[in-house]
Design a protein around this ligand. Structure first.
Ligand SMILES: C[S@@+](CC[C@H](N)C(=O)[O-])C[C@H]1O[C@@H](n2cnc3c(N)ncnc32)[C@H](O)[C@@H]1O
Length: 122
């Protein structure tokens, strides 16, 4: 699915932004499809995934971790899908855990909206 999205919604040498990179499928696909990649995740794995930068998205105080004027061409945002399905915790998960399903979706949409606005330079 990631390959499909990347193939149809970006071009060679485009910059793809993956704010919650997990196992790094997006970074791997970027390599295969000749895209540049920014990957972040709260899990720091310098030995196995050094290209994924450690960063914690504090959803009560969202900040853009990237300095400079470069903007991504495509964002692939894959937050924890359900509180039960995510083994590793994190603030998104902890807060989502407490909320009814509709509100969880609202939080994910506001994080995505923040990312999109920052990426567009607003
Ligand atoms: C569904 S997984 C991403 C899977 C990924 N697309 C892959 O290819 O493996 C969600 C990821 O979000 C990360 N995450 C959850 N809350 C976060 C937060 N507040 N800040 C940064 N990363 C977070 C988790 O560590 C987890 O790796």
């Amino acid at each position: 699915m990631i390959a499909h999205i990347m193939y149809y919604f970006s071009d060679q040498n485009d910059l793809v932004f993956d704010p919650m990179a997990g196992g790094g499928v997006v970074a791997d696909t970027c390599l295969a499809f000749n895209r540049k990649c920014w990957s972040f995740d709260m899990d720091d794995r310098p030995d196995t995934r050094p290209e994924i930068e450690p960063y914690f998205w504090d959803i009560t105080n969202l900040k853009w971790p990237i300095k400079g004027k470069t903007k991504p061409d495509l964002i692939i945002f894959d937050p924890p899908t359900s509180p039960e399905g995510e083994a590793d915790g994190g603030q998104v998960r902890l807060i989502l855990n407490e909320l009814p399903r509709r509100k969880r979706r609202g939080i994910k949409m506001s994080v995505l909206s923040f990312l999109s606005q920052q990426a567009a330079g607003n």
